[in-house]
Design a protein around this ligand. Structure first.
Ligand SMILES: NC(=O)c1ccc[n+]([C@@H]2O[C@H](COP(=O)([O-])OP(=O)(O)OC[C@H]3O[C@@H](n4cnc5c(N)ncnc54)[C@H](OP(=O)(O)O)[C@@H]3O)[C@@H](O)[C@H]2O)c1
Length: 291
């Protein structure tokens, strides 16, 4: 039986659908029973913030998809470190055989925000007992649909200083997890998952313009301007500074490479930006605030 955490998230919701379609035995961990019912699959209610609630959810699982939240605007250690440590400990206590964990590209000791947090977690998982496989994705195309991707007048906010980024479709991450959880597990391996091409924000805006049939402009925002806007909205200054640091790394090309991991795992090319946009037109129109 496979247990999914982060089952309602940007990757997990697609993995739920894929596992249900193939008739795999699985259960989703959800914080809220209503969300479990909405998923329409077997679920257990539990919360990373309540470690005692995790034991029953993990009981009987032999494989785990470990997804969860990313970095939050807080001071000090990211809550995801404590939260996912509780999940790793629950997996070990339940004698889970194999954990497929969502990490992040450049998860390295001392890394900023999620990169540092996942680095701690990836090492804790490696020491915990179960076999492990790490998925280390580039930025998600789904971020385009989240609040704050576009200005109120419908321009793409360009934070990466003209550097190309090999954005990945979260559906491809879910399918890579599916292969690892239901087929060849590839224990001890880490996969940097990217899309098939790296695009600058200008190229991305051009693709979005073509998809929507109207021009979508760019609103460049320098890392320090992003940080200032965040602190003006009440985010801790340390968090804002770390985010600016991450954006500088991306602007220097840290997410520009295209890897072969998705084709290697799935036996087909990674989904293109154009395919993502075509499949999400209503949500994209809403994100750009088109009538
Ligand atoms: N976004 C990116 O571009 C990107 C790039 C590389 C790596 N990543 C990594 O990918 C992962 C997913 O990021 P995301 O932004 O896609 O997240 P997301 O869609 O917001 O998903 C987060 C999931 O974690 C669950 N969750 C949150 N707090 C929980 C708690 N206390 N107990 C149990 N479940 C909890 C959420 O459930 P609810 O429905 O209850 O909230 C949701 O299912 C993160 O680890 C992030 O670092 C993200």
């Amino acid at each position: 039986m496979i247990l999914l955490t982060g089952a309602t998230g940007s990757i997990g919701r697609h993995l739920v659908r894929r596992l249900a379609e193939r008739g795999a035995g699985f259960r989703a961990l959800v914080r809220d029973g209503a969300k479990g019912r909405a998923l329409g699959c077997p679920y257990a209610v539990g919360d990373f913030d309540d470690p005692a609630s995790l034991a029953a959810a993990f009981e009987g699982a032999d494989r785990v998809f470990l997804g969860g939240p990313g970095a939050l605007p807080v001071d000090g250690e990211q809550p995801m470190v404590r939260q996912l440590t509780a999940a790793i400990e629950a997996a070990a206590a339940a004698s889970v055989e194999h954990v497929v964990k969502v990490s992040v590209w450049h998860a390295e000791p001392g890394g900023l925000l999620a990169q540092g947090a996942h680095s701690v977690l990836d090492r804790r998982l490696a020491a915990a007992g179960p076999a492990w496989t790490l998925l280390q994705p580039s930025g998600f195309l789904q971020n385009l649909l989240a609040p704050g991707a576009f200005t109120p007048d419908g321009r793409l906010i360009a934070r990466y200083g003209g550097a190309p980024v090999s954005h990945i479709d979260a559906r491809d991450i879910a399918e890579c997890a599916e292969v690892l959880l239901t087929g060849a597990p590839r224990p001890g391996e880490s996969f940097v998952l990217t899309g098939p091409r790296a695009l600058t924000d200008r190229e991305l805006a051009e693709r979005i313009s073509l998809a929507l049939g109207r021009p979508v402009g760019l609103a460049p925002l320098a890392p320090d301007e992003v940080a200032a806007a965040l602190t003006a909205r009440g985010a801790p200054s340390g968090f804002a500074a770390d985010l600016a640091g991450l954006l500088r790394e991306v602007a220097a090309g840290s997410l520009a490479e295209v890897t072969a991991a998705v084709p290697d795992l799935l036996g087909r090319p990674a989904r293109t930006v154009d395919a993502f946009l075509a499949d999400h037109l209503p949500a994209l129109r809403a994100a750009v605030q088109l009538p």
